[in-house]
Design a protein around this ligand. Structure first.
Ligand code: CU
Length: 463
């Protein structure tokens, strides 16, 4: 049994060992190299061939980067892929120059090139890193991993497990990744959805547990487009953080957990199933449930369940104040199949929807396809901004803001949890607010990556 004390001691020992100069390939300490490489992994069941993927350090998911809050992360990124690439550190309130958005915060790193990422992680929580050049292809090929920032005082759990959820679009005969990453249908509808679902690269992920054991489950949706709807079976628990940021109070998991692409949820769960039974993280789909991850129960950790967990400590400087005097903007999301978009500006020219379809572009923000010369929001550092978003399309979208977290402002003015990705369904109007405390050019885009690639991308400027 890994107790909290052991866990912390182990963490400290690991950090010390890897802090030795010249040690290459360190996965868990604050510095090292990270290589984007081609590799082959056994993704499908053993009767299928191995699947060619692109992975960080040749593995999928990429190495779990685990550091303590406030640490400096240094990774020299080496690109050994046949395409230019970059790494985005999703959810980190990061120095803009290190945000990894090819074409906005840095040039894409060409084949054989290198880029030194070097940044501080101000917030504890569950984050992830992934490719941010031609993301619809590169993330689908496997270029992602977890970035875990530990609280200086870890919560009292027996185990801490990262579960990265993804789906893959595989050829059912060869188990190879479908190489059409700009499919007209995927772009214009719900995005690229896979036919093979996995957790941490395994379709049959199974971890032995004991009754009344307490686990922290860090759920990360790394899929291109799939919305995961999840439930617990044989375990019971609380949501303690969303998109990395702690909730003020642990919230009992009483309804399905809905995770759009890019979103995360931290749960603290107690195993309630009896020894000999199996607990599951259940994926709900079409009124049915499938096991997303299995937890066979062997023996008992203790005779009784523990008390309700404490909330996680809040991250520093997280507040949304000044909403009354905020600078306000509006975003109309338009386009897609079964939408109302008649025409939009593409590369400076007004095009009919038919012409957009011919160009394999389908989505517009405020009448423009893709990035504009001027930002959607342009504010001074420290200013508060609000953004009303209308999803005038027939599809859900997961809107991700880089560099800062926001809170949703309810109809009656109540504030929702801090998030970096807002899942919006068709026809919804929602409003978010944030304090623009991080200077730079920040991307704001749909994390359904086929949508981002075909128009759903804009940016904000904080000076
Ligand atoms: Cu979208």
């Amino acid at each position: 049994m890994i107790t909290r004390r052991h866990f912390l001691a182990q963490g400290a020992a690991t950090t010390a060992a890897l802090a030795l100069p010249g040690l290459a390939g360190a996965n868990t300490a604050g510095f090292g190299e990270i290589r984007a490489q081609k590799a082959a992994i056994q993704l499908a069941p053993a009767s299928y061939p191995r699947t060619e993927i692109w992975g960080y350090d040749g593995v999928m998911p990429g190495p779990e980067l685990r550091v303590v809050q406030g640490a400096r992360v240094q990774r020299s990124f080496l690109n050994e892929l046949p395409q230019a690439s970059s790494i985005h550190w999703h959810g980190i309130r990061i120095d803009n120059a290190m945000d990894g958005v090819a074409g906005l915060t840095q040039p894409a790193v060409e084949t054989g090139g290198r880029f030194d990422y070097d940044f501080l992680v101000p917030d504890a929580g569950t984050y992830w890193y992934h490719a941010h050049n031609r993301s619809a292809e590169q993330v689908a090929r496997g270029l992602y991993g977890a970035l875990i920032v530990e609280e200086s005082e870890a919560p009292d759990v027996d185990r801490d497990e990262v579960l990265i959820l993804d789906d893959w679009l595989l050829d059912p005969e060869t188990a190879q990744i479908d190489p059409d990453f700009s499919s007209r249908h995927d772009r214009s509808h719900a995005g690229r959805r896979g036919n093979f679902v996995a957790t941490n690269g395994r379709y049959d992920l199974s971890q032995e547990v004991r009754q009344n054991e307490r686990l922290r489950l860090r759920l990360i949706n790394a899929a291109n487009a799939r919305i995961f709807v999840l439930a617990l079976s044989g375990m019971d628990g609380w949501t303690v953080a969303l998109d990395g940021m702690p909730l003020p109070q642990p919230e009992p998991v009483s309804e399905a957990i809905v995770l759009g692409p890019g979103q995360r949820a931290d749960l603290i769960v107690d195993i309630t199933a009896e020894p000999g039974e199996t607990a599951h993280l259940v994926r709900l789909e079409d009124q049915e449930g499938a096991s997303q991850a299995a937890f066979p129960v062997i023996g008992q950790a203790s005779a009784d369940r523990r008390a309700t967990p404490l909330s996680l400590p809040p991250n520093p400087g997280m507040d949304v104040t000044g909403l009354d005097a905020a600078s306000h903007a509006r975003l109309n999301m338009q386009g897609g199949a079964m939408g109302t978009l008649d025409a939009a500006v593409l590369n400076g020219e007004r095009k009919s929807f038919r012409e957009l379809v011919d160009a394999n572009e389908f989505w517009a923000f405020n009448g423009t396809v893709g990035m504009t010369d001027t930002p959607l929001i342009n504010v001074s550092k420290g200013e508060t901004a609000t953004l009303e978003i209308y999803n005038d399309t027939s599809f859900p979208h997961a809107m991700h803001l880089h560099g800062m977290h926001f809170r949703e402002i309810g109809k009656d003015g109540d504030l929702g949890p801090f998030r970096d990705t807002l899942l919006m369904f068709g026809g919804e109007t929602r409003t978010i607010g944030f304090v623009a405390d991080n200077p730079g050019d920040w991307l704001f885009h749909c994390h359904m990556l086929s949508h981002a690639a075909s128009g759903m991308m804009t940016w904000m400027k904080v000076t």
